[in-house]
Ligand binder design. Structure first.
Ligand code: SAH
Length: 374
């Protein structure tokens, strides 16, 4: 059941870092360059971005730009670096899009809609993932590369433009576009490990507020990549929320479930999180996947509670397991409830995550595309 591959190949990681540095923080640069070439004033870039951030689906809609300029931009600067290959809408209103990057890499993004008006985007930071967490579907697809800041933002802009659920007519049906939809939260819990692409992720986070998503409503979820946690601790700029995928209260089990634990063991990861908490004055969200008979025993709840010191630094989110091909079984509702109670009894705040979008394979850990990266 548990995979044997335990080590993240060093060459792969080096390649990853190289590809981040070489990334072209594209569209806006291309736009700026094109506008400059055309002799347009500098404020035009801002005008175009403001339209895009408010959900404009075409240059045509940017009515404060001269018509000739709109036509020329439409020819020369694509409004998105991603093309939509497939969209699906779940019965609970969750929506998933499969995109391709310009070089043919697949990415998936999910929009979760909640009754209280919350609109939360689950963003991908990489096409595929180089880590091989045994319970996660993304790890089984071919790893592609880090996404650029623009490719991350373009995922958000797609949904900002409105969605199939909105019922407005899309361009292919003769409409002018979809009705723009407000988005107010973002979580980096789609494909990939965001802290392996921190430049791309932070680049996107700088602009997400223009789309309506503020740093305090943005969460970066990590397997516990310590150099990235340290950078988030030390960096200037507003605090982005931090979530740690913990999943097991001891190193032996955690290494079985998440091979990355061999590189960054639990005690070191938790130290890095404590430091982040001290500096950033926010709780670290601990994600804990509930796997039947694997990590859901009473003693394991006690062991977890013992790890999460000081009280006040951590908050646990128990995650019902979404089926993948991995062979694990999710804990029962009762087992999850007892685990939660055991944590609460020890003074550790814990909630159970609502599962969304299961019928379209959009839930956590189900984002994978069978097509190999081209
Ligand atoms: N690499 C990052 C972000 C992507 S995964 C990370 O690991 O945190 C986002 C969350 O989904 C993680 O907590 C991950 O462990 C969880 N997850 C993965 N597979 C899952 C599954 N099959 N069911 C439920 N949650 C899953």
């Amino acid at each position: 059941m548990l995979l044997a591959c335990r080590v993240v190949p060093r060459e792969l990681l080096e390649l990853l870092h190289a590809s981040t540095l070489g990334s072209n923080a594209v569209d806006l640069e291309l736009l700026q360059g094109t506008l400059a070439e055309m002799g347009e004033p500098a404020f035009r870039t801002r005008q175009v971005w403001e339209w895009a951030a408010r959900g404009a689906a075409s240059y045509e809609q940017m009515t404060n730009l001269p018509e000739a300029l709109r036509l020329e931009l439409a020819q020369r600067v694509p409004l998105s670096s991603l093309s939509v290959e497939h969209e699906a809408l779940a019965s609970d209103g969750t929506e998933k899009a499969l995109f391709r990057t310009n070089d043919g890499r697949p990415i998936e993004t999910v929009l979760m809609r909640y009754r209280d008006g919350r609109r939360s985007l689950c963003l991908s930071s990489q096409s595929g993932c180089p880590l091989t967490c045994t319970f996660c579907a993304t790890g089984t697809m071919a790893f592609g590369r880090n996404l650029t800041a623009s490719e991350i933002l373009d995922q958000a802009l797609h949904f900002r433009r409105g969605s199939a659920a909105g019922g407005s007519r899309g361009p292919s049906e003769g409409g002018t576009g979809r009705a723009a939809e407000e988005i107010n939260h973002a979580v980096f819990m789609g494909m990939g490990e965001p802290l392996l692409n921190l430049d791309g992720v932070l680049g996107a986070c700088e602009r997400l507020p223009d789309i309506g998503v503020h740093p305090s409503s943005t969460t970066i979820s990590t397997v516990g990549w310590i150099p990235g946690i340290e950078r988030l601790t030390e960096r200037d700029g507003p605090t982005i929320r931090l979530a740690l995928s913990l999943h097991a209260p001891d190193d032996a089990l955690r290494s079985e479930l998440m091979p990355v634990n061999d590189r960054y063991p639990l005690a070191d990861v938790l130290d890095a999180c404590r430091r982040w908490h001290e500096v950033r004055k926010r709780k670290v969200y601990v994600e804990y996947l509930m796997l039947s008979g694997v990590n859901d025993k009473y003693e394991q709840a006690l062991a977890l509670a013992a790890l999460l010191e000081p009280r006040g630094a951590f908050k646990v989110n128990l995650i019902p397991y979404n089926p993948t091909e991995s062979g694990f079984e999710g804990s029962t509702r009762e087992a999850i409830a007892s685990f939660r109670q055991a944590l609460e009894d020890k003074g550790v705040p814990a909630t159970v995550r609502l599962t969304r979008g299961r019928d379209i394979h959009a839930a956590c850990g189900q984002l994978a595309v069978s097509a190999p990266a081209r």
